[in-house]
Design a protein. Structure first.
Length: 298
């Protein structure tokens, strides 16, 4: 083969040449570093899982994350730790509130996002800027006036103070996310729908809402996880034990003297993680797709 013919043959791609010249030691070091970081991150979960199977005497005497003597007694003890109310009641309360929060967030925030992104009305920019500013406000600043309002309504010790605001488009983060997504949809679709005789409501329900599915799924996942894990709001508004949710139920394992039932508490904490983990696992692919195609992308 002549030198001219050899020169005419295409060489390996640039990425292949770079990978061929990379030292194997750097790749091994990178993988070792990632494994170490993962172990550091998941160590609390491993410790919590191991503690849930330890007897009470071993929890305070052993520093090992895994038990030497396995026991399942922590699970029934934690499930029936509160007289008259099992931990299953707390799970049902959390599930009821979380599902209603997801429904309210999707309905109200999608309508508000459609108005900010597609409709023309006076003061739209000012209202949208004010809505975005509320994201910067700490929730603890608003809890006192909200509590006073809900007390006048007679809503204290009910689920309404937790669920009702979700139906009033108070989640500015989700509105902003949906607005950013809807702004990426071509306006020619709205014009085509208008030519076909669709008004604003039909355009939203039959045209834009199906196209906003990735942003809706992302909002649903975050709303469920945040509501399920919320402790402060539920602690403020719920007083009766039979209305408590999972986060408040876990705090009952610490009595007034400061003593803590670590074994039953860790066992119930493991069970409390399961709904969130399964929910995230079921919609993981949709969450990644929604984050990359909505306002969360860089």
């Amino acid at each position: 083969m002549s030198s001219r013919t050899a020169a005419a043959l295409p060489g390996p791609p640039a990425a292949a040449r770079r990978n061929a010249g990379r030292r194997p030691g750097r790749t091994v070091l990178w993988h070792v570093g990632v494994v170490v970081i993962v172990l550091v991150v998941i160590y609390p979960v491993i410790w919590m899982l191991g503690t849930s199977f330890k007897p009470a005497t071993e929890i305070v005497t052993s520093n090992r994350p895994w038990p030497l003597h396995w026991t399942l007694q922590n699970f029934p003890d934690g499930w029936h730790a509160n007289p008259g109310v099992t931990f299953g009641r707390f799970f049902l309360n959390s599930l009821f509130i979380s599902v209603l929060a997801v429904v309210g967030t999707l309905l109200s925030c999608s309508f508000a996002a459609y108005a900010f992104s597609r409709l023309e009305f006076r003061g739209r920019s000012v209202l949208f800027a004010g809505m975005v500013v509320t994201i910067l406000l700490p929730y603890h600043v608003l809890i006192v006036p909200q509590y006073a309002i809900f007390k006048q309504f007679g809503w204290i010790n009910t689920d309404l103070p937790i669920v009702a605001p979700k139906f009033l488009a108070t989640e500015a983060f989700f509105i902003f996310l949906m607005v950013q997504f809807m702004r990426g949809i071509p306006r020619e679709i709205d014009e085509a729908a208008r030519i076909d005789g669709c008004g604003p409501y039909r355009t939203f329900l039959y045209i834009l809402l199906p196209l906003t599915r990735p942003a809706l799924i992302t909002s649903a996942i975050f709303s469920f996880i945040w509501t399920w894990n919320d402790f402060f709001t539920q602690l403020v508004y719920l007083n009766d034990t039979d209305r408590f949710t999972v986060p408040i139920g876990l705090s009952l394992f610490v009595d007034q003297t400061g003593a803590t039932s670590y074994g039953p508490m860790m066992a119930m904490s493991i069970l409390a993680l399961l709904p969130v983990f399964l929910f995230f696992l079921a919609f993981q692919r949709l969450l990644v797709d929604g984050a990359t195609s909505s306002g969360l992308k860089g």
